[in-house]
Design a protein around this ligand. Structure first.
Ligand code: PFF
Length: 447
């Protein structure tokens, strides 16, 4: 039998998982969700949810993946048996990866388009109205965003076809730290803009009266989306973790890094938005209008803009890679596809729905269902429904279905790591996580 690949080093898992986690969810989606859900109030809830539910859920996925050494479907089958319904949780995750990849590559394509715009210096000398107009024209163009999206999908398929270690690990290790450096520079610049204080107040001053059931569910959905949890991506990555790696500390590092980057994105985008007179609820255009405006105000702006969009493309690529990897792991192991055939078949299938998501931004597009564009519908179905349900089932599985001794064996690497804190983690997985996810989910349904 073919030896299953594992990540080459501990840093490799952290970087690859961080590569999956860090992406458009932090830089594009977090500001939109915070903007629409009351700023500071959203941030507070988000922090609680990411740390208290997100971390144990990430650890649970690692436990399932490493124990079974298999894709999500095979993992549940191995650990629970064929005659149970558990493998359906794996299939649900694969469906979710596919749906996310479809609309994620819409925005991924925009980042590629914006990289092109920064090379061609399209933002020079433009005011905010012109930059907003440029965004609207670009996303509603009849074919340009589709070409960008398909190019992005092809790029993803090329990397995934080459395999885990060569492709995923190498890219993530070098480029993620570089993205952090450029974001720190952007934070400093944004904070120095006129009127920046308003934006900081919006992000950090919570108005607790704004916390409603829908804010709670949005924060839950955003944290699952941003951490790539609740749908099997990290079961797949967990299956490549070596026996000796400390998965608890890896998960904690990734959650902290991811949260830090989301907050940094907020510190970059909200002060700039207030300074340029953009509403924090501007939605899709928020990142794509504030960022070019910030660069315009910087010395060396052309250069920074170029590097930033290049790194954003790469951060996005490490996320699309992990999404396609979920589909590929299932196709190769469940249906005996070759790796490269699986990568291209997965990408082609995604393209069909992906193009619909992209076209739904066109004015007067018929791709509306009940007043919502196809893009938003895919986003909402995955983050508000599939991921919370998937996450709930995953913690229930690890907490109640796996043998306690097996779970502790994974958590302590066969008894070689301290078990005190790990017992506490198991307690959180068994009781706190399922109750919290269920309460948030049900309270929103009832509203
Ligand atoms: N976590 C990614 C982001 O924040 O951009 C999005 C994502 C990637 C979600 C991979 C789910 C996933 F499996």
């Amino acid at each position: 039998m073919k030896q299953r690949e594992t990540f080459g080093s501990k840093l490799g898992i952290i970087m690859a998982t961080a590569g999956s986690a860090l992406g458009l969810g932090n830089i594009y989606r977090f500001p939109i969700e915070a903007g629409n859900n009351g700023g500071g109030a959203f941030l507070i809830v988000y922090l609680f949810v990411a740390l208290l539910i997100g971390t144990p859920l990430m650890i649970s996925e690692f436990i399932i993946g490493r124990r079974a050494k298999s894709n999500p479907v095979g993992a549940f089958r191995k650990l629970a048996g064929i005659r149970t319904a558990w493998p359906w949780v794996g299939w649900l995750g694969i469906l979710c990866a596919f749906l996310i990849l479809a609309f994620y590559t819409t925005v991924a394509g925009w980042t590629l388009g914006y990289l092109g715009k920064s090379v061609a210096n399209h933002f020079a000398g433009q005011d905010i109205t012109q930059i907003q107009h440029q965004f609207d024209t670009f996303v509603t163009h009849p074919w340009l965003p589709i070409v960008c999206q398909l190019a992005f999908l092809a790029l993803t398929a090329i990397v995934v076809a080459r395999g885990v270690k060569d492709g995923i690990e190498r890219w993530s290790k070098i480029l993620m730290p570089l993205l952090l450096v450029i974001m720190v520079i952007l934070c400093v610049k944004s904070l120095s803009l006129n009127g920046a204080a308003e934006g900081i107040k919006f992000l950090f001053k919570p108005d607790f009266s704004k916390i409603t059931g829908s804010v709670l569910l949005s924060a839950l959905g955003q944290s699952f989306f941003s951490l790539s949890i609740g749908m099997g991506a990290l079961i797949t990555y967990g299956s490549y973790i070596a026996r000796t790696d400390n998965m608890v500390s890896s998960a904690v590092s990734v959650v902290l890094a991811d949260t830090f980057v989301a907050i940094m994105a907020g510190i970059i985008i909200f002060p700039a938005a207030f300074s340029f007179g953009i509403q924090p609820q501007a939605g899709s255009s928020l990142a794509f209008t504030t960022l070019p405006m910030i660069f315009q105000q910087m010395t060396g702006g052309y250069f920074f803009c170029l590097i930033f969009f290049l790194l954003l493309v790469i951060a996005t690529l490490t996320s699309t890679i992990s999404l396609l990897e979920v589909i590929v792991a299932a196709l190769t192991e469940e249906f005996n596809f070759s790796r490269s055939k699986a990568a291209w078949a997965g990408a082609a299938l995604t393209a069909v729905i992906g193009v619909i998501a992209t076209l739904s931004f066109r004015t007067g597009s018929p791709l509306h269902i009940g007043g919502t564009i196809a893009f938003d519908l895919l986003d909402r179905v995955t983050s508000h429904y599939i991921m919370p349900i998937g996450g709930l089932l995953i913690v229930l599985f690890v907490g109640w279905r796996l043998k306690r001794a097996d779970t502790l064996d994974e958590l302590t690497n066969g008894g070689t790591l301290k078990s005190g804190i790990r017992q506490a983690i198991l307690f959180i997985i068994r009781y706190l996580c399922p109750v919290a996810i269920a309460v948030i989910f049900v309270s929103q349904l009832l509203q």
